[in-house]
Design a protein around this ligand. Structure first.
Ligand code: ATP
Ligand code: MG
Length: 419
């Protein structure tokens, strides 16, 4: 290792033997989103720190301890590597007035950064696809987002994901609930861990999200938000369930579902697998009707979700969904100066015919070049020597089947190979 420099812990290289799976995944994603009329948005990886504090919430794991925040010493700005995409998306939508033209169906994909303890399915640079529907108030768009996820699991070949949904109500019902929760936890003060004590008066809903097994029992006994739920949120939740049932989407209502970010209201949902241990949530989202105004825009409802690409890729692999690594159609081996000149021409000609062609570069005997051809996984070797140049032909040798090689005109190659 040069000067001992290594990648940052929790931030992974994706090497070629793996990256083709990512490309396969991304191709499916873009087609899938286009099928629902969602359009791509690309925002910077770095934002003003304040954006995330204001949107995700001051008393959340992400803002309290997971953000990569630094001072840009050129102008003393506090900047943060984005820990999630919704805040940036909302910021861009406000800044460029996109909602002026009407509601927006948007999506993004790319790296996110959180300073967590790295383990399988949990990294410090990880990747998400996020889907956001802004300017839509009704439960129909909540249902659309969930239904499109369900289609995606089919497209990716991931069966058996469990859908959990819940509702967080509106701001008033959460305020009522908050008071009740504080009262309940105060009664069990002696059983609260350090984190929970700290959050008791700042963000008691977060206590419900505690990963500490010692807290499980007391959390199980806590009051439920559904009892404080406002009428409109209740209707919204019921309409969502109606659409899901009509469209044959199975779900469980989990009234304990608390998302790790503060901006959610009403609908929240998670898609969960049992195959990845504690890192079982592969996709999560919900409604965030207050966020746009909170970030400085004109009040507008919105709903969205994000999924973790690493976890989905792992699941695809575990489900034995075989994705073939792409190999070149042809590897061109050549010997002699004239042959090389001809080889260059052949390569470009065949690429015009939309074949994937690797031209041997560097020296080497025919034999060693054939070894290299074999190692690339190419289906055919195209051999060019003096004989071929003189006859203005090429010799085509199948590398993966026991078939005799043949010499043909260059113009016949593409058709021969496609047969
Ligand atoms: P978790 O409960 O697993 O910490 P989260 O609630 O923090 O997840 P979200 O902020 O909702 O996650 O992000 C959406 C999805 O992004 C998650 O469901 C997960 O698939 C993925 N994800 C989140 N954090 C990480 C991470 N550190 N490494 C890999 N994937 C992640
Ligand atoms: Mg988390």
């Amino acid at each position: 290792m040069v000067n001992g420099v290594k990648a940052i812990r929790g931030m992974n290289d994706v090497l070629p033997d793996e990256s083709y799976r990512w490309i396969h995944f991304e191709q499916i994603i873009h087609q899938w989103l286009a099928a629902y009329g969602y359009r791509n948005i690309r925002t910077p990886l770095v934002e003003q720190t304040d954006l995330f504090i204001r949107s995700i919430g001051e008393v959340t794991d992400i803002v309290e301890k997971e953000m990569y925040t630094f001072i840009d010493h050129l102008n003393n700005d506090s900047l943060t590597l984005r820990p999630e995409g919704t805040a940036s998306c909302v910021r861009a939508v406000i800044e460029h007035n996109l909602l002026y033209a009407g509601p927006q169906r948007l999506y993004y994909s790319g790296p996110m950064f959180r300073h967590e303890r790295p383990q399988k399915g949990r990294y410090r640079q990880f990747h998400q696809v996020g889907v956001e529907a802004l300017g839509y108030a009704g439960p129909d768009i909540d249902a659309e987002l969930i239904i499109m996820c369900s289609r995606l699991w089919d497209l990716l070949g991931i069966p058996g994901l469990r859908l959990e949904i819940s509702t967080l109500g509106n701001a008033e019902s959460r305020a009522l609930y908050r008071t009740r929760l504080i009262k309940y936890f105060e009664q069990h003060h002696d059983k609260l861990d350090e984190d929970s004590l700290r959050r008791l008066h700042t963000n008691p809903l977060r206590i419900l999200d505690s990963k500490n097994p010692g807290m499980k029992e007391i959390i199980a006994g806590a009051p439920k938000l559904i009892d404080d739920l406002d009428e409109e949120s209740c209707t919204h939740f019921e309409s969502l369930q109606h659409i899901l049932r009509e469209q044959g989407i199975n779900f469980e209502i989990n009234l304990r579902l608390v998302r790790g970010l503060d901006y959610y209201n009403r609908t929240v949902f998670e898609w969960i697998t049992d195959k990845l241990g504690a890192q079982g949530t592969v996709c999560a989202g919900g409604r965030y009707d207050g966020l746009i105004e909170q970030v400085g825009g004109k009040s507008a409802p919105a709903c969205g979700f994000a999924m973790g690409i690493e976890r989905l890729l792992t699941l695809m692999q575990e489900n034995d969904k075989e994705i073939k690594q792409p190999v070149p159609d042809i590897y061109i081996v050549h010997q002699g100066e004239q042959a090389m000149d001809y080889a260059w021409k052949c390569a470009e000609f065949l690429r015009n015919a939309r074949l994937s062609v690797v031209l041997h570069c560097g020296d080497g005997s025919f034999k060693s070049q054939m070894k290299k051809a074999d190692a690339t996984g190419a289906r055919y070797a195209l051999i060019i020597g003096d004989d071929e140049v003189n006859a203005q032909e090429v010799t085509i040798k199948p590398l993966r089947e026991p078939i005799e090689q043949v010499s043909v005109k260059l113009t016949a190659v593409a058709e021969l190979i496609r047969k």
